[in-house]
Design a protein around this ligand. Sequence first.
Ligand code: ATP
Length: 231
Amino acid sequence: MPVSLEVQGIDAVYGHFPALTDVSLSVATGETLAVIGANGAGKSTLLRAVVGQVSATGSVVLDGTRIDGLRPHERVRRGVSLVPEGRRLFPSLSVRENLRIGAVRPGPWTVDAVHDLFPDLAALRDRPAGALSGGEQQAVAIGRGLMANPSVLLLDEVSLGLAPVVVERLYAALAQIGAAGMTMLVVEQDVGQALRIAARVHCLRAGRTVLTGASADVTPEAVTAAYFGAA
Ligand code: ATP
């Protein structure tokens, strides 16, 4: 199976605080990998290191080419796109404008394709993004990430602050994206949702890898132990 993203020996520090220590993972083409772990485990830092928003040492290889020396916007152009925690839309710009901001590479993901995935957004296309509900804003953020037509889509805490029924719908859309062949690296505290769409999981605790494996083999007990460091 070809590998789309390979991260090796990543270290990241905030001042003297080691946020990530020697983290390595790879995501096969077409695969969804979930990164799980408790608050502060380093999940967001890992995604931000991949896209170049935090400085880190170690290598990041995308489709066979090292990108860790590149600036964030150059990495996006190479094909890695982040749907950030907290959505980070431009609230006064319209939904359509927010989506178009993501369009840095040509490909199958267009505004129309995003409307097909999230039909509710079509009617909201001229509304300021800030006027939308949290779930609608998250759909726009996912759409904007897709508009970059990435090789690998990174998603940080899609479920954050949203009602279970909304999370369910967003994850159904992510499952659809995955079934269409998108390679994804998903950070999620809602382990149940993450395991539903990810073939494999990678668990971090205090910035280190403590568990990796196929989702089907990962028991709730193993996850609890990996999260909290129990026996
Ligand atoms: P969360 O679910 O809370 O976002 P996380 O697993 O994504 O958790 P990170 O956000 O990557 O964790 O944070 C890892 C550690 O680094 C935490 O202890 C956090 O407090 C610290 N940290 C994160 N960002 C910074 C920063 N800009 N400056 C200093 N410390 C930071």
